[in-house]
Design a protein around this ligand. Structure first.
Ligand SMILES: *[C@@H]1O[C@H](CO)[C@@H](O)[C@H](O)[C@H]1NC(C)=O
Ligand SMILES: *[C@@H]1O[C@H](CO)[C@@H](O)[C@H](O)[C@H]1NC(C)=O
Ligand SMILES: *[C@@H]1O[C@H](CO)[C@@H](O)[C@H](O)[C@H]1NC(C)=O
Ligand SMILES: *[C@@H]1O[C@H](CO)[C@@H](O)[C@H](O)[C@H]1NC(C)=O
Ligand SMILES: [Zn+2]
Length: 293
């Protein structure tokens, strides 16, 4: 009896320690936000500083997982972290895929959420007080811009973006979604970098050197829109098929072959997430600034 009880307590405590399975892990989100904050224009940096809670010490990355932490108190926000697609179509289609799969309500997915919180932030600095809490708008936008770049956030509905596929990450039992949220990043940190900032530095170097010619295209938003999340979801849906699901069926053992071919994709998506978050915030707050001058 007593033995079972201890086991149960141990299992429950362990579950509470497990990272949330609906977004890059803490590290992935922090990386995206560190990359973004370093690229803000003067006006955007100023606005972000004003909007962040005092406890953040003007460090956006410290609040980038806030949206995961409030999923219990804001249950309506759960479907806003992803946009899964039908199996094996490998394409995102807004009219078909942006919905809360539990209730069937349309327009409840990460793509719509990015547009929603971008629009709310456009109220910043206007004379009439926004009806939204713009601190929350900033924290949601910063988090969702990370999520939409995690390929398995645009994975298949039937396996819940890889959450229902059990694999082995080296020796350890893990679900495929978590491998992409956290395990690949953690293994990179263990093997290649001293700490998170060292990892961020390496990505930033590649943004200015290896990817320099592509960055303008990443930032680009057609039709003068302030944010354009649809192509980001399409890229993720494609990467989910090509890289995440490929070779990772139920009970697969994922080791060096998988790790070495996939970590460059993870790094690219973290870089794009950071660059695009900065570009979006710059468009939001530079517009505001221009209007108030
Ligand atoms: C838009 O933001 C508001 C305020 O947080 C929230 O109530 C609503 O559910 C959001 N909708 C979407 C699609 O993000
Ligand atoms: C806005 O949201 C933040 C984060 O949840 C909270 O700390 C703050 O008190 C809210 N502000 C207002 C005016 O409600
Ligand atoms: C940076 O680019 C080099 C050359 O393509 C690559 O080997 C390395 O893994 C990249 N590092 C990161 C953190 O993206
Ligand atoms: C940005 O997108 C627009 C419209 O899609 C396109 O005309 C333009 O060439 C693009 N610019 C870059 C730098 O990719
Ligand atoms: Zn999330």
């Amino acid at each position: 009896m007593g033995c079972y009880r201890i086991q149960l307590v141990a299992i429950v405590s362990f579950m509470l320690l497990l990272p949330n399975t609906q977004g890059w892990g803490e590290e992935g989100h922090a990386i995206v936000c560190k990359i973004a904050q370093a690229r803000l224009s003067t006006a955007a940096a100023e606005a972000v500083k004003k909007l962040l809670p005092k406890s953040a010490n003007n460090d956006l990355s410290s609040k980038c997982s806030w949206a995961d932490n409030v999923r219990v108190v804001f249950p309506w926000s759960s479907p806003l972290h992803f946009a899964d697609t039908p199996d094996n179509v490998c394409k995102y289609k807004d009219t078909r895929d942006c919905l809360d799969h539990k209730t069937g309500t349309k327009g409840r997915c990460v793509v719509a959420a990015i547009t929603n919180y971008t629009n709310q932030l456009l109220d910043y600095g206007s004379e009439t007080k926004s009806k939204y809490n713009l601190t929350q708008s900033l924290l949601f936008l910063s988090h969702f811009m990370g999520d939409i770049h995690q390929p398995l956030h645009c994975g298949f509905v039937s396996d819940r973006g890889g959450n229902d596929i059990t694999v082995h990450w080296y020796k350890r039992k893990q679900n495929l979604h978590h491998v992409w949220d956290s395990s690949i990043i953690e293994t990179e940190l263990e093997r290649f970098y001293d700490d998170l900032d060292d990892f961020v530095d390496a990505i930033q170097k590649n943004i200015t050197k290896v990817w320099a010619d592509e960055v303008e295209e990443w930032e680009n938003c057609s039709n003068d829109d302030t944010s354009c999340p649809v192509p980001y979801a399409s890229e993720s849906a494609k990467d989910a098929c090509k890289w995440a699901y490929e070779g990772a069926t139920e009970d697969s053992v994922l080791e060096d072959d998988y790790f070495f071919s996939r970590f460059p994709i993870v790094n690219l998506r973290l870089a794009q997430g950071g660059v695009r978050l900065a570009a979006t915030l710059n468009r939001i707050f530079d517009t505001q600034f221009a209007m108030s001058v």
